[in-house]
Design a protein around this ligand. Structure first.
Ligand code: GLN
Length: 484
C-alpha cells in the first residue's frame, strides 16, 4: 500500500480493494508507529480524520468521487483547518483552534480528501532544517541524525517515511524544494498567485506559495489540480485559466531546450551533488533534450535581497501576535506595554525574533531607501535575468540544494550557513516563477534533488519534464531502509 501512487490508490478505492476508512486507518497506524521517533506531525486527530474518511466512502459509493476522494493528505500546520489546532510551529499559536478553513484546505475537503493531520514545520516557516519548531526537530527518515530540511520538514519526513501518500507544503524561499531534495521526493512551488494564500498563515506575503509534495511528479499533478485556482479571498490570486496538469504528462522531451545556469555550479556546491546533477542532465540529453549554457548573473544577490524583503514583510505580518486577539499571552505582566513585550518575548523563538528585528530595521524611516528599496530594485534585476534566460530555453535546471541532508545542530547556531541552503531556490520566489525538485540520485545513500525552473504558469510543462525523467529512472521510488 505504501508505494502506491495516488492514481493507484484511487483505483483501489474504486475497485473496493479497500475503503477510505481502511486506508486512513492504515496510514494513521503508521503515524502512530513512527511519529514518536520522527516527529513529523504536530497534531493528529484520528476521530476527525476517520469521520472524513467515512464521508468519502459514501461519496465513492454514490459515484460522486474524484481522483483524491478518500485519500489521506498530510497538511502543513501553516494552513488553517476549521476545528483543528493550527500552530505554525510556534508557541504563539499553541492554543489556536482555527475557526475557518484556508482555501487550500477547503479545496481538499470539496473533493473528499482526508486530512491525515498537521505536520511539523519551522516556526512561522522560517528555517531550512525544521530546528526552529517549538515542537522540536524532525528527523530525516534516511538517517535520523540528519535534518529533513525545512521549513516543510514534517511534510517532507512524512512523505519520505511513507506516513502519508501526499502532503502540502509552502515555499517562501525554498521550503518545498529543499526538503524534497533532502528527503528524496517530488515537490513543486507554483507560480506566485496560482494557489490561494487565504488562510495560510503569512510569513512574507509577496513570496509565500503553497504547493504539493509527494513521491512522483504525477502525484504532484494530481494534487496541484485540486490546489490551483483563482480565489476572490486572496487579492494576489491570479485569474489564470484552469488547467488539467495530468493531460500533458506523457509528452516527449525531444527538442526541449534546457538552460543550465553557470552560477548554479560555482563554489559552494558539493562535488558529489554536482556529479548527480550532471548525470541527470545527461539523462535528459539522451532522451533528446538539448542543454544550453545560460547565465543568471544576479544569483549571488538573491540571498541578501531575500533577507531584507522576507524579514521586512514578516515583521509587518507578525505584528498581529500581540497577546490581545488570539494566541499566546504572557501569564504575568504589569501593564499593557509590558503585556505586549512579554507576550512577544516569550511567544516567539529566537529565529523569528531575529527576523522581526531585521525587518523592523530595514523598514525604519532612516534605512528604508538604503535597504528595502534597494532590495526591491535588485529583485527586479533578478526577474529580468530569468526573462532573458527564457528567451534561450524552455526550462532551467540545476541543483535544488548545495548539499545532501546535514547533521542536526550543525548549522543551528550559524544563521548565514543555514541561509545558504536556499541559494538555488530563492531567486525563483523573488521572481514569482514556478520551481520543482525531483529525486535525481544518491550520494552516500542520501537523496539528491534536481531542480526544474519553469516560466510563469508553465507548471504543466515542468511536470511533464519531471515525469519523463521518472519514466527513465526510479530514484523517486527509493525509500529509506526500515520504512517498508
Ligand atoms: N529557508 C528560508 C527561510 O528561512 C525559506 C523558508 C521558506 O521557504 N518558508 O526563510
Amino acid at each position: 500500500m505504501i508505494n502506491l501512487s495516488l492514481k493507484s490508490l484511487n483505483q483501489g478505492l474504486l475497485e473496493k480493494k479497500f475503503s477510505s476508512v481502511e486506508l486512513t486507518q492504515f496510514f494513521l497506524e503508521r503515524v502512530q508507529k513512527y511519529n514518536t521517533d520522527i516527529n513529523a506531525f504536530i497534531t493528529i486527530d484520528e476521530e476527525k480524520s476517520l469521520a472524513q474518511a467515512k464521508h468519502a466512502d459514501t461519496l465513492i459509493q454514490s459515484g460522486k468521487q474524484s481522483l483524491l476522494t478518500g485519500i489521506p493528505v498530510a497538511q502543513k500546520d501553516i494552513f488553517c483547518a476549521a476545528g483543528w489546532r493550527t500552530t505554525c510551529g510556534s508557541l504563539m499559536l499553541d492554543n489556536f483552534i482555527a475557526p475557518y478553513n484556508a482555501t487550500v484546505i477547503d479545496k481538499f475537503n470539496q473533493v473528499g480528501a482526508v486530512n491525515l493531520g498537521k505536520t511539523n514545520m519551522d516556526e512561522f516557516a522560517m528555517g531550512s532544517s525544521n530546528e526552529t519548531s517549538y515542537y522540536g526537530p524532525v528527523k530525516n527518515p534516511w538517517n535520523h541524525d540528519l535534518v529533513p530540511g525545512g521549513s516543510s520538514g514534517g511534510s517532507a519526513a512524512a512523505i519520505a517515511a511513507r506516513l502519508a501518500p501526499a502532503a502540502t507544503g509552502t515555499d517562501t524561499g525554498g521550503s518545498i524544494r529543499q526538503p524534497a531534495s533532502l528527503c528524496g521526493f517530488s515537490g513543486l512551488k507554483p507560480t506566485y498567485g496560482l494557489v490561494s494564500r487565504f488562510g495560510m498563515i503569512a510569513f512574507a506575503s509577496s513570496l509565500d506559495q503553497a504547493g504539493p509534495m509527494a513521491p512522483s511528479a504525477e502525484d504532484c499533478a494530481v494534487l496541484l489540480n485540486v490546489m490551483a485556482g483563482h480565489d476572490e479571498k486572496d487579492s494576489t490570486s491570479i485569474n489564470h485559466d484552469k488547467e488539467d496538469y495530468l493531460v500533458n504528462l506523457d509528452q516527449s522531451v525531444k527538442g526541449l531546450r534546457i538552460g543550465v545556469p553557470k552560477e548554479f555550479f560555482e563554489e559552494g556546491l558539493d562535488g558529489q551533488v554536482q556529479q548527480v546533477i550532471e548525470d541527470a542532465l545527461n539523462t535528459y540529453k539522451k532522451m533528446g533534450a538539448e542543454l544550453i549554457d545560460i547565465s543568471l548573473p544576479n544569483t549571488h544577490l538573491a540571498i541578501p535581497v531575500y533577507y531584507v524583503i522576507a524579514p521586512a514583510e514578516a515583521s509587518s505580518n507578525l505584528s498581529r501576535y500581540d497577546g490581545v486577539r488570539y494566541g499566546y499571552r504572557a501569564k504575568e505582566y504589569d501593564d499593557l506595554m509590558d503585556m505586549y513585550f512579554k507576550t512577544r518575548q516569550q511567544g516567539f523563538g529566537e529565529e523569528v525574533k531575529r527576523r522581526i528585528l531585521i525587518g523592523t530595521y530595514v523598514l525604519s524611516a532612516g534605512y528604508y531607501d538604503a535597504y528595502y528599496l534597494k532590495a526591491q530594485k535588485i529583485r527586479q534585476l533578478i526577474s529580468n535575468d530569468f526573462k532573458k534566460a527564457f528567451q534561450q530555453c524552455d526550462v532551467i535546471m540545476g541543483p535544488s540544494a548545495p548539499s545532501v541532508a546535514f547533521k542536526a545542530n550543525e548549522k543551528k547556531s550559524d544563521p548565514l550557513a543555514m541561509y545558504l541552503q536556499d541559494i538555488y531556490t530563492i531567486s525563483t520566489n523573488l521572481a514569482g516563477l514556478p520551481g520543482m525538485s525531483i529525486p535525481a540520485g544518491m550520494v552516500n545513500n542520501l537523496p539528491v534533488g534536481l531542480q526544474l525552473i519553469g516560466n510563469y504558469f508553465k507548471e504543466s510543462q515542468m511536470l511533464n519534464v519531471a515525469h519523463a525523467f521518472q519514466q527513465e529512472t526510479d530514484w523517486h521510488q527509493k525509500v529509506p531502509k526500515g520504512v517498508i
